[in-house]
Design a protein around this ligand. Sequence first.
Ligand code: IPD
Ligand code: CA
Ligand code: CA
Length: 267
Amino acid sequence: MSIAEVHEFAKAIIMEAGERIRSSFSEKWVIETKADANDLVTNIDRETELFFIEKIKTFDSTHKILGEEGMGEKIDSIDGVVWIIDPIDGTMNFIRQHRNFAITIGVYINGIGKLGYIYDVMRDQLYYAKQGQGAYMNEVPLKPLQAISLNKAIIGLNATWVTPNKRIEHEPMIDLVHKVRGTRSYGSAALEIVSVACGRMDAYISLRLSPWDIAGGVVIANEVGAIASNLKNEPINLLKQDTFIVANPTIHSEIIDDYIQLKNENK
Ligand code: IPD
Ligand code: CA
Ligand code: CA
């Protein structure tokens, strides 16, 4: 099966899933919590993931599926064709705002990102990329990123990481906030990554993301020249939670170097 065929199939099921999610606004959702009181999930998250799994397994039963809601397989290797799926990224926005959430999917072959999708369901905007063939929004090509300096940059950063928290020292983040022109936080990692790919923001940083939050976005970001890594400047690991940065190439290393230097000075 060719990548072009997988792409046509992926686009079709994402659009169908988006339509199902929009229709669900007339239903009463079941809302539950997961790891903590603010970690929300609905029956629509689960039903959407199940929809993808059933479609993909019918399409090709050898393809593996890693989904946030755990309805795919337990994956301990990235070998073969692996679909990494977040059925609704930004569930809190989905529940409270009825917008600003996305379906996001990455298709990896032996660990290489081949196809990436972020579907902004309420705006009906499908961002996608095929490795080496550019990135698009509703079939309109995204432009390569232009150079920017840190003092003119807009950075996506959740306020959690600038206040004392149990995961990281927050002081280096305060310094970054002072250096840049502005900060934003949209509540959907996928939509924040795609904002960087479109040049609406110049970097997006999180101290804890999972593979399904970033798998699709990284493929899209790479195609416009953005660089994605963890905050140690190591390549993305699709099998574990980690720190994450995606940035315009002119400021990616500068942000990481400043962060590491300040972290060491604070020790
Ligand atoms: C969350 C969103 C949020 C990010 C969290 C993610 P979910 O995904 O992307 O913006 O800050 O870390 O877990 O739970 O809505 O799919
Ligand atoms: Ca997510
Ligand atoms: Ca999710």
